[in-house]
Design a protein around this ligand. Structure first.
Ligand code: NAI
Length: 794
């Protein structure tokens, strides 16, 4: 027998990892675990527990405390008490704590890897080689940010007490993604692991305690969705960081609306995996293995939608099927298997139901003839072809080892199909033509794009989505900012109620241009009559009429959104071009400075000096954002892998802006200028009591080469127009300054397409103060960072 034949025919034997230590650890507390609160393990106040099972066998693994409100209260109180002293530690001291945690993880890596494989059902090969080393890397990397905090984040302070709710697919890695940056930057944490997989978080708490982490800095409260909800709704928590389903993410956005809690959501996906006909087909086939069969496909950024160029589709599918036949599904602790168990019977059922639906919708199913282990929850690697782009399996997150495959003919069609999704988490592009791959990468609506690779992660590179995949980033410097707030925004006071009574719109006569002193709306580069043909009088601070503006309605907003959407070229215009236009706006405003100052005096009763100062500050602010336009740039990350990740700030798209009632010109400029500087298009609703500075600005826009549709202005009721903008699913983000009710409304109604919101909870920024009202704090909120991983070097 030849050696080659011997290798071909040799059958695998199991190569099980020893689990004695892990079982011993589980047995230490008679298989029962309490919460970790204020540095000690405690039973639930209610005495209730829930069960954690071994997905591979269905056997009971442990009984775990079921967190109720008393437990959550105790954890929050401990975290609150610890936060001040923790934040006051020098960065170096916190860095040493994080370093100690990283070392602890490395020293106990084997135990963590085995417990994780038992509790989640995933292969030990993955926990040992990916999850746990990456978790340690996160603590190392963020130890570094703690060390550098005083210089790198000098103008920021920690957010405070953070509630973190994590899912079951990467229990330990998600813990690291959440806990490392939060602690590094001076926050304290209440972490709730998922109910299917609470054990490694408790093991981590034990290790953290042994590593000398001060009591209260990290608290772990175990429990189900209701426990998570108690954390989300707790009044003394400053920020919620959530990873999980889009459905629960949406609920959390709604529950936290108006509370002032900062929020990051890392949600689901249906990420495209695009194979061009010039791709290295074998590499791409191996890529699919990592994209959709890694962790049994229970990966938020799994490459679950294969888009294959028509010419190579038959060959690609044939080789993929051949590769599928060699995949081995087995016990999690067997080091020689590729896939292990699905986390729970309910998830298995969900996968089975969705695949059945796909088949009933006409998809062809391929599953290799491989043996599945008996007992436990197992599902074979599955490929669905002949799938329609609009079918359920092509649009819904299956969260299992199921790839659906479709074909395309041209790159443009590939981009269109890839972006045909309510999600926008990740994408993978396979082509040997660098120009093509990067052209496509730039056009994909995704927070992460891998070129000729898939599922690469590193602590240095931000991760997070667009659209309904959530907002905020984890990892990278941008991830650090999610746990910080600008110093200059502290101590803001609640706005006083507007002095001016709300005025009812009156029927207007718009037919006579010569006498018509009513400012129209500004939509698509043109002055447009309000759809309802109503106007509202504008009064001076003394109650005397100083003008009229159009009463914009839902239809006007719709028209403005269409105009803004059509102006997408602004996003791909060069930054140099955008900078020039911002300078030009400043120049043209400067030429009419006196007129604008007079208008401000007439509307607000401000002194001439302060009105002039507002106009001058507005001119300077336009200059500042002209300056930033070509300087707010990306970064190149050098993760410890073969390649680099380009972190590119991208415009969010179409952004609604509700301007503050005060500072009628400067407030408007301070919000609109950073947005357009980085390529967004806006629909601005000017100061409700004093809109005439913005309506006077139409002619400045008209004479400054601002392309039609980039800035649209709709006057009227801030509350009514905010409602329409918040509920509009083609608006990507909404910024709103005004009353706290306005903030609540904006956050609550924005859940449809999970738009990014930036609100002030009724607390006015001092617009004249450059450190508070201008710069990167605004630019960061105007972009989403896209991380594009490309092969580079040896
Ligand atoms: P889930 O979103 O319900 O659970 C994630 C975490 O949120 C868990 O810790 C859970 O206890 C907690 N939670 C549940 N309801 C909550 C609430 N009302 N308030 C606060 N916290 C709450 O996800 P689930 O039910 O485990 O999985 C269902 C589907 O979600 C999966 O099939 C998959 O499609 C998706 N999913 C996506 C993940 C991702 O990483 N994007 C991770 C896990 C699930």
């Amino acid at each position: 027998m030849s050696v080659a034949r011997f290798f071909d025919e040799m059958s695998y034997g199991p190569a099980p990892e020893a689990d004695a230590e892990a079982r011993q650890w589980l047995a230490r507390n008679n298989g029962a675990f309490g919460h970790f609160i204020d540095g000690a393990f405690v039973v639930a106040a209610s005495g209730k527990t829930f069960d954690s099972f071994e997905p591979a066998t269905g056997a009971l693994l442990a009984k775990v405390a079921l967190g109720g409100s008393e437990d959550v209260n105790a954890a929050v109180a401990a975290a609150r008490k610890a936060q001040g002293p923790w934040a006051k530690l020098p960065g170096h001291a916190r860095a040493r704590h994080l370093y100690a945690l990283a070392r602890m993880i490395q020293r106990h890596a084997r135990l963590i890897a085995v417990v994780e494989a038992l509790d989640n059902g995933k292969p030990i090969r993955e926990t040992r080689d990916i999850d746990i080393p990456l978790a340690a890397r996160h603590f190392y990397h963020h130890a570094g940010w703690a060390q550098l905090q005083e210089t790198e984040f000098a103008d920021h302070v920690p957010v405070g007490v953070v509630g973190q709710v994590i899912p079951w697919n990467f229990p330990f890695l998600m813990l690291a993604w959440k806990v490392a940056p939060a602690l590094a930057l001076g926050n304290t944490v209440i972490l709730k692991p998922a109910e299917f997989t609470p054990l490694t978080a408790l093991l981590f708490a034990e290790l953290a305690s042994a590593a000398g982490l001060p009591p209260g800095v990290l608290n772990v409260v175990t429990g189900e969705g209701e426990t998570g909800a108690l954390i989300v709704e707790h009044e003394d928590i400053d920020k919620i960081a959530f990873t999980g389903s889009t459905e629960v993410g949406r609920l959390i956005r709604e529950k936290t609306a108006g509370s002032g809690k900062s929020l990051t959501l890392e949600l689901g996906g249906k990420s495209p995996f695009i194979v061009f006909d010039d791709a290295d087909i074998d590499a791409a086939v191996e890529g699919v293995v990592d994209a959709i069969w890694f962790n049994q496909g229970q990966v938020c950024c799994a490459g679950s939608r294969l888009l294959v160029q028509e010419g190579v589709a038959p060959l690609f599918h044939e080789r993929l099927k051949r590769r599928m036949a060699t995949l081995r599904v087995g016990q999690p602790l067997d080091k020689a298997i590729d896939m292990a168990a699905i986390v729970a019977p309910v998830q298995l059922q969900r996968i089975e139901t969705l695949v059945a639906k796909g088949v009933s919708e006409g998809a062809s199913m391929h599953q290799p003839r491989i043996e599945l282990p008996k007992g436990g929850s197992f599902y074979p690697p599955t490929l669905l072809t002949d799938v329609q782009p609009t079918s359920v399996v092509a649009t819904e997150e299956i969260f299992g080892p199921v790839a659906v495959s479709m074909t395309f003919r041209t790159p443009e069609e590939a981009i269109q199909l890839a972006n045909h999704s309510r999600y926008g988490l990740a994408a993978s592009v396979w082509s040997e033509t660098i120009g093509l791959a990067l052209h496509v990468a730039a056009k994909l609506a995704a927070g992460v794009v891998w070129v000729n690779a898939t599922n690469l992660f590193d602590a240095s590179s931000g991760f997070g989505g667009k659209r309904e995949s959530g907002f905020g980033r984890e990892g990278g410097k941008e991830g650090c900012y999610e746990y910080l707030k600008p110093k200059a925004w502290l101590g803001r006071k609640l706005r006083l109620e507007p002095v001016q009574p709300a005025l009812k719109p009156v029927a207007g006569d718009f037919g006579l241009p010569a006498l018509d002193r009513t400012a129209k709306l500004f939509i698509g580069g043109k002055q447009a009559r309000p759809d309802g043909n109503y106007s509202r009088p504008i009064l001076s601070h003394k109650g005397k009429p100083v003008g009229e503006v159009g009463e914009g309605n839902r239809k006007d907003i719709r028209n403005a959104v269409v105009a803004a959407r059509a102006a997408s070229a602004w996003g791909s215009a060069t930054a140099h071009n955008r900078a020039q236009i911002l300078y030009y706006l400043a120049e043209n405003l400067s030429a009419r400075a006196a007129e604008f100052a007079d208008r401000i005096v007439a509307m607000t009763g401000a002194s001439t000096a302060s009105a002039k100062a507002e106009v001058e500050a507005s001119i300077a602010r336009l200059f500042s954002y002209g300056a930033w336009a070509d300087k707010y740039e990306g970064t190149v990350h050098q993760p410890p892998l073969r390649g680099v990740a380009l972190a590119m700030p991208e415009p969010q798209g179409v952004v609604g802006v509700i301007c503050p009632p005060e500072a009628p010109l400067l407030g408007f400029i301070s919000l609109v200028a950073p947005l357009i500087a980085v390529g967004n298009r806006v629909i601005a609703v000017p100061s409700e009591p004093h809109p005439l500075a913005a309506t006077d600005f139409y002619s400045v826009l008209e004479t400054s080469d601002v392309p039609a549709g980039v800035v649209n202005i709709v006057t009227g009721s801030a509350m009514e127009l905010a409602k329409t903008l918040a509920a509009h699913n083609d608006v990507d983000a909404l910024w709103a300054c005004g009353s706290s009710e306005l903030s609540t409304l904006v956050e609550k109604l924005s859940t449809g397409n999970l738009k990014r919101t930036f609100v002030d909870y009724g607390k006015a920024i001092d617009w004249m103060d450059r450190s508070a009202a201008e710069g990167p704090a605004f630019l960061r909120r105007a972009v989403d960072v896209k991380n594009i991983w490309i092969p580079y070097g040896e």
